[in-house]
Design a protein around this ligand. Structure first.
Ligand code: GLA
Length: 750
């Protein structure tokens, strides 16, 4: 053991108190005598330290502890028996695969001599004070014999207590080594048998479905092996511990402790949630080790994505609100004060591929008449794109559809006082395209093997320099040649045969595509934004296939689902908000009847569903009646008065649409508590039961709030003005009966 790690027993016994106080504004502290690191924010304390064996060990993560609370040097748990040594149950902060370790390792390496043992010990650390409350801790660890270094990086957002963790693995040996597994972090929770795991699953047109299961011994794997984030699992988790005495197994919106987190990565990812043989909980996440390899030449390094995680002592509702605030202030490209989402019109469901100048111009006129602020032309404007079988990759304007280029349409849209957005799918080609005919080697493929198509398209290998240059250049040209305010960046298939033959036959090298592709994706987005700062971008992937904190660092919003049926959308939006802020949740009103016969849901119902996020319209306006236009105009005007509250306020999921519930309701409260908005939905009335009384949350109890209907009405005896306490404790009764009915109300401080 290195000499500096041999701790004097007397020093260990003298518990030195951390210097953390709110006044210092310094969130991260180190106590040399105990070798303990503490992260302290008003809402969260996180502690870990170097144990006597020289390894980093988790100590505490949860509600804030007093600065004076003693946190001693961590000691490994007592050995249960020779068969179950302490290292098999120690809550390591970031454990390599080596020695006696059987839990999920954070990192695994193979050396050219066949050695695969890696044991990381603390070497040193530094704390960068990047401004008030902006501390960054870098702990350097090193293998016990080889010059392999792993830096563990910690950042913290003092306002929310959300901690970001990542690692950098560096090869200082004289030979190449291969990283086979690289996680960003392991999060440890104390042993217990009363934890519930929440996570999001889905498929095309049914994204963001909340799953909840009791955590039992064993491992639950959340992952994507698809090269990108995926619709099937989203890289987010929440773990709740039941409040003492609570009887219900499902996590409560307002009560109980919650630990939650999400990976900032848009490629293949994995989050392992383990409960080991002594009921300790560990969550390890980062690159998906499936088919993974990253060779490091001497001097080379690999950094992992950031794994963000936070804590709420007030239920999963508060956990979401914390994460929403964190994302707005720390993740989004326009952080900390992103622009409010404009009301948009999108042509896709109206015209599909049959776009042309007169048709789009006519839609634009109608869109402008109801108060739309951004007109977006979707797929079909380029190459020979008449269906999803051809043209993808050929990014020139189709002359038959737009004889004079895009300018006349864009000018028309501007004259109507809207800005203009355009659909692109930069990472893809149809095999029937000029681009593919010219560059068949540009796609992900394995030599001599079939090239599987998804939605009739192949994937460009964005990891290649020439492909990156092509993609950046065509996008840069479109944005330079045209006055465009917004790109809908689509991505409509997942990876197959992910080979990179250009690199030669070495499979390890080829596997770096999983990392390099996404890095190039991010770097293109970053470069485009820097060069065209006014352009906003949406991440779309056949709906919500690429929604994660990685892409959200470069895109202003996401498209949650191709399913625009308003009733289905309620549960998709509900699931979405567990992990992501409504600020990025685009929602269109469409004509799509979904699984319901046309006409069952009213225009107003559809609007109220979509007004819970970034409102858009995707209907074929040529088919609308005068009454539809009037409803739309009114509700869009009303939306503009509440959108700041909806997009950036505090969201309360009052009644969940999940589990066959007959109603659902959400409430958003502005951060200054001066405005609240309530949306209520009645899916079906059975047995003539009344709508459940709604109790608002998050209001200022003493202030007087006046209620005004946005749409619909309250029962007659409802007062117009009452205190926050009244609305929260007496509650109110929406006047709703029937099937697929909706209402919305605004509450404002007098
Ligand atoms: C995907 C998107 C849709 C639309 C089509 C266009 O399915 O999710 O919104 O843009 O592509 O082809």
């Amino acid at each position: 053991m290195p000499k500096h790690l041999i701790l004097d027993a007397a020093i260990i016994a003298t518990l030195v108190l951390p210097a953390a106080t709110a006044a210092t504004q310094e969130a991260i502290h180190y106590t040399p005598a105990t070798h303990v690191f503490r992260i302290d924010t008003p809402a969260v304390t996180y502690a870990m330290g170097v144990n006597p064996a020289g390894e980093l060990q988790a100590i505490y993560w949860g509600a804030p502890l007093a600065p004076a609370d003693p946190i001693p040097t961590p000691v490994e748990p007592h050995e249960l028996s020779g068969m179950e040594t302490s290292t098999t149950i120690t809550p390591y902060e970031y454990r390599a695969w080596g020695g006696l370790n059987f839990t999920e390792p954070a990192v695994k390496i193979t050396f050219p001599d066949g050695n695969r043992d890696l044991v990381l010990h603390y070497v040193s650390h530094k704390i960068d004070r990047d401004g008030p409350g902006r501390d960054k801790l870098i702990i350097t660890t090193k293998d016990i014999s080889r010059d392999v270094f792993v830096d563990l990086i910690y950042t913290v957002d003092p306002a929310t207590g959300v901690i970001g963790r990542s690692s950098v693995i560096s090869n200082h040996t004289k030979e190449k080594l291969t990283i086979e597994q690289a996680s960003s972090a392991t999060w440890n929770l104390p042993h217990g048998t009363d934890y519930t795991l929440s996570y999001l699953t889905g498929r095309w047109a049914a994204e963001m479905q909340l799953q909840q299961q009791k955590i039992a011994d064993g491992t639950t794997v959340l992952e994507s092996r698809r090269g990108s984030t995926g619709q099937q699992n989203n890289p987010w988790f929440a773990i709740t511990r039941l409040a003492p005495g609570a009887s219900t197994p499902s996590p409560d919106e307002e009560f109980g402790e919650v630990w939650f987190g999400a990976l900032a990565w848009s490629g293949s990812w994995r989050i392992n949630v383990e409960r080991n043989q002594v009921h300790d909980i560990r969550v390890t996440g980062g690159y998906n080790p499936f088919d993974f390899a990253y060779p490091l030449a001497p001097g080379g390094s690999l950094s992992t994505p950031v794994f963000y995680a936070g804590y709420s002592g007030h239920g999963i509702g508060e956990a979401s609100r914390i994460f929403h605030r964190f994302q707005i202030a720390n993740i989004l490209p326009q952080r900390p004060t992103p622009r409010l989402r404009p009301v948009i019109y999108n042509s896709w469901e109206a015209t599909e591929f049959a776009v042309d100048e007169p048709g789009q111009a006519a839609l634009a006129e109608k869109a402008a008449s109801i108060g739309v602020e951004r007109f977006i032309m979707d797929d079909g404007w380029f190459g020979q794109r008449s269906s999803d079988h051809l043209g993808l990759g050929d990014w020139y304007v189709n002359k038959q559809k737009f004889p004079n280029g895009l300018k006349p349409l864009i000018d028309k849209v501007h004259a109507l006082n809207m800005d203009f957005g355009l659909w692109v799918e930069p990472e893809m080609v149809n095999s029937n395209s000029d681009l593919y005919r010219a560059h068949p080697d540009w796609i992900l493929n394995m030599t001599g093997r079939p090239r599987s198509e998804g939605r009739n398209q192949l994937m460009l290998n964005l990891a290649r320099k020439d492909v990156r240059a092509y993609v950046f250049n065509f996008l840069d040209k479109i944005l330079t040649d045209n006055d465009i305010a917004f790109l809908k960046w689509d991505y409509n298939r997942q990876w197959s045969e992910p080979g990179w033959p250009e690199l030669g036959p070495d499979p390890e090298k080829q596997k770096t595509v999983y990392v390099e592709y996404i890095r190039n994706l991010y770097s293109i987005l970053a470069e485009l934004r820097a060069k065209h700062p006014k352009v906003e971008i949406q991440s779309c992937s056949s709906g919500g296939g690429r929604v994660d904190l990685g892409i959200l660092g470069f895109t202003d919003e996401v498209w949650p689902s191709d399913n625009t049926d308003p009733f289905d959308r309620l549960s998709i939006q509900d699931g979405f908000t567990y992990a992501y802020t409504p600020q990025v949740m685009t929602a269109w009103v469409t004509d799509s009847p979904g699984s319901r016969p046309t006409g069952v849901t009213s225009t107003a119902y559809r609007f109220l569903v979509s007004m819970q996020g970034g409102l858009g319209v995707g209907s074929n306006l040529n088919h609308w009646t005068e009454a539809d236009f009037a409803t739309a105009k009114n509700l869009i005007a009303a939306y503009k008065t509440i959108r700041q509250t909806v997009q950036q306020g505090s969201l309360y999921r009052i009644i969940s649409p999940r589990n066959g519930s007959e109603q659902s309701a959400t409430e958003s409260v502005s951060l200054d508590q001066r405005q609240a908005v309530l949306f209520v939905f009645l899916h079906t009335t059975s047995l003539n039961y009344p709508y459940p009384r709604v109790y608002l949350r998050g209001l200022d109890p003493a202030k007087q709030y006046r209620v005004t209907p946005i749409y619909g009405s309250l029962k007659k005896d409802t007062p117009e003005t009452a205190s926050g306490d009244y609305w929260m404790h007496h509650g109110l009764d929406p006047d709703l009966t029937g099937d697929f009915k909706a209402a919305a109300f605004k509450f404002e401080v007098q």
